[in-house]
Ligand binder design. Structure first.
Ligand SMILES: CC(C)(COP(=O)(O)OP(=O)(O)OC[C@H]1O[C@@H](n2cnc3c(N)ncnc32)[C@H](O)[C@@H]1OP(=O)(O)O)[C@@H](O)C(=O)NCCC(=O)NCCS
Length: 153
């Protein structure tokens, strides 16, 4: 598996939609973003989309591993690669929004992300269809962040 930066236009839409079911939302953040990918035999198997949102602050808008390749450490390696690459681009802090429950939250926390705030009803107001996981509807969004200064690789 090769970890590298690719043009955002090479990010497969099906992977983007796995992490974010709103094509409309994807279209708002994709232009001007950095896209990092895990590529196997020429096939993009995972992507991580990040964008500078303020001076030295970036946001991860989308991270997605192809379903058959999950739980093999690829998401973790891609996240670490992304954090190290954006640090070299001058980013000092990374933020993201995720649901208030689920394995994704544990995934980010395992990588050191901390909770900053909660946006109540975010998923109700910003998505046309209900997002259900394990039979529970996602309503609120947690904002997480990670300080990249003095970070151990
Ligand atoms: C979140 C995601 C990017 C993680 O990538 P991954 O390659 O599966 O992650 P890793 O293999 O590095 O696994 C990280 C941990 O998450 C756990 N995990 C991953 N998928 C899981 C699942 N479906 N259920 C429970 N735990 C899961 C793994 O057990 C692993 O834990 P460990 O380190 O204690 O063994 C991937 O699951 C994915 O693409 N999900 C769909 C898109 C998505 O939800 N993106 C995030 C939007 S907020």
């Amino acid at each position: 598996m090769k970890y590298t930066q690719i043009p955002v236009s090479d990010a497969p839409l099906y992977l983007l939609l796995e992490a974010d079911p709103s094509k409309k939302k994807i279209d708002t953040y994709l232009p001007g973003s950095w896209c990092f990918a895990a590529i196997d035999a020429g096939v993009v198997e995972a992507i991580c989309v990040a964008k500078e949102i303020d001076t030295a602050i970036a946001e991860i808008f989308n991270i997605s591993v192809s379903p058959k390749m999950r739980q093999q450490g690829i998401g973790s390696k891609l996240l670490k690669f992304t954090l190290s690459e954006i640090t070299t681009k001058g980013v000092h802090k990374i933020e993201l929004g995720t649901g208030t429950f689920g394995y994704q939250l544990a995934f980010y926390q395992r990588h050191g992300f901390r909770v900053d705030s909660v946006i109540k009803d975010y998923f109700l107001h910003n998505y046309d269809q209900a997002i259900i996981e394990n039979g529970v509807q996602h309503k609120d969004m947690l904002r997480l962040s990670l300080d990249l200064t003095n970070r151990q690789q």
